[in-house]
Write a new protein. Structure first.
Length: 127
């Protein structure tokens, strides 16, 4: 080991340095901002295409479970289309709901920036 690394290792073993390190590591997770948490949550949300693909797989599994006869198979096309369209509408509604919730949390940030810019509206006691 070179001289620099040896002194660095000794410094880390010093109890006061070690305590500071432990405290810093304990505080670090709590300093994550709300925006970072929202960004991570957004990464975990499935996209509309993923939701629709899962629904299509479910529809295919449903069809296999039904064990349709050749006569029934002829009528399956419109049923599959309706089930797919329902899944698409549900995915669109879900994504819109998530977007609306995200937008509802952002106005407070927008209000803060307006106040800082001096654009905040006054009271309506002029009459």
């Amino acid at each position: 080991m070179d001289k620099y690394r040896l002194s660095e290792t000794r410094a880390l073993l010093d109890p006061s340095v070690f305590r500071k390190f432990v405290v810093a590591m304990a505080i670090a997770p709590s300093s994550v901002s709300a925006r970072d948490r929202r960004d991570r949550a957004k990464l975990n949300e499935p996209t509309a295409n993923q939701v629709i693909d899962l629904a299509d797989a479910s529809i295919a599994r449903f069809k296999a479970d039904l064990r349709l006869t050749p006569d029934q198979e002829k009528n399956w096309g419109p049923i599959q289309t309706v089930l797919h369209d329902m899944a698409k509408r549900r995915a669109d509604r879900t994504l819109k709901l998530h977007d609306d919730r995200a937008a509802a949390t952002q106005p407070s940030e927008a209000k803060d920036s307006k106040v800082e810019d001096g654009k905040a509206g006054g009271s309506r006691l002029d009459s």
